[in-house]
Design a protein around this ligand. Sequence first.
Ligand code: NAD
Length: 496
Amino acid sequence: MRTTHWIGGKPWNGVADRTGDIYDPATGRVAGQVDFASAAVVDEAVAAAREAFTRWRTVSLAQRTSVMFAFRELLNARRSDLAQILTAEHGKVLADAAGEIQRGLENVEFACGIPPMLKGGYSENASTQVDVYSIRQPVGVVGVITPFNFPAMVPLWFVPNAIACGNTVVLKPSEKDPSAANFLAELFAEAGLPDGACNVVHGDKEAVDRILEHPTVKAVSFVGSTPIARYVYETGTRNGKRVQALGGAKNHMVVLPDADLDLAADAAVSAGFGSAGERCMAISAVVAVDPIGDELVGKISERIAGLRVGDGRRPGCEMGPLITGAHRDKVRSYLDAGRAAGAKLVVDGRSHPIDGADAGFWLGPTLFDHVGTDMSIYTDEIFGPVLSVVRVPSYDAAVELVNANPYGNGTAIFTNDGGAARRYQNEIEVGMVGVNVAIPVPVSYYSFGGWKDSLFGDSHAYGPHGVHFFTRAKVVTSRWLDPSHGGVNLGFPQNS
Ligand code: NAD
């Protein structure tokens, strides 16, 4: 199977200089190839988007949203086809793929209702017989660059809102699981979106660099690891674009001694090992406040033992493989590194039973206890099924630890003390906070974003921030009646 670019409403028909392998992570087999875009191919996509923008920006809100409603219906009807693609290329289990699509659909539904978000303000008679009003207009061609771990949801965070706001898009998904992006672009075409309004280019740094440099691209939404997010932000802004670049994470779940420990253990296991830990909102560090450490670790271990790891297409499997063999090997290397650094390896994922082909990219759920903040298993974003328990003596020590971490994507506190939860939400330097909720991904009508090294730029993703990011403000001052203003007057205009 070959996955190629989607430009101007149809598959690209050139011959790629470079391609990459697409794996089925549950079997370890190469399932297809993806074309990598050269700078010239990116230029073709940007030209198609630019051409489409001249018309699409003039299309009425009523017509734009009717395309979005049609897209929503098609996506809803075909969600199980898309889930199959996600599981085949990413490896996440089908139920998890369905959840990803559902959260993506919520963003499409937000885009269906975008007209009220685009309303401006109007001041009649701001000066005598002079009215002042503000409007928001699309920025133009938007680049969207996305990571491997949510091949459908993260594109859906950006593309529907960008298009509903009147922009046109060049989407560059992860080369590791590229086919979901084409599926979405084809559905947009079927929904009636004009050719060129949603383009997909595949590839790696070469394609990304061209998007970041191209003078016609006016805005870039990026999601990925922190080093690349920083690079994309710096390069894009240096080239005059507005950029929102969401980066990596190390999410802490603080468990206070008064918490319901069964609830906390369920949540730690679900949020630590769902999607094999390959979520930017995964919990990777449980901060156990004395004296509950032993009891909590016991409850988490019991639950890990019951997890079914295997091929996501097989009924009953709860956790799939990692994305590539290289990534699995890297994640697995942390098991020895953690032990060598002095952490206690409570559950070793290498011996977990696997319901899948031997050559799949497997690593079972792993639990470390007594993890120190100087150990690489704590400092690095492992992005795999490795959960660390860090023990602290008090609430204050927990807050100090979380705030000292360079990442600030998501965090959770588990407690029955409303006052402590209220203090935590106020004191913690993290962009998204859960109270007895381990994965506090905001609903589509709020916005998603971390603090510190988890986000570069001042705009969060989707929701109201997304609309703001994808539009430019314009203020009009107008006089229709009594156009005379007393002849030539070189003084600065004053309101009267
Ligand atoms: P990645 O940074 O390797 O890749 C992200 C995108 O950047 C891909 O499209 C990739 O092709 C491109 N890219 C990779 N290397 C590049 C380079 N040197 N120059 C230019 N472009 C490059 O990330 P990934 O491994 O695909 O995804 C996992 C990471 O994404 C994790 O760090 C995770 O925390 C993060 N993530 C963050 C969020 C968030 O909302 N903050 C959401 C999902 C994933």
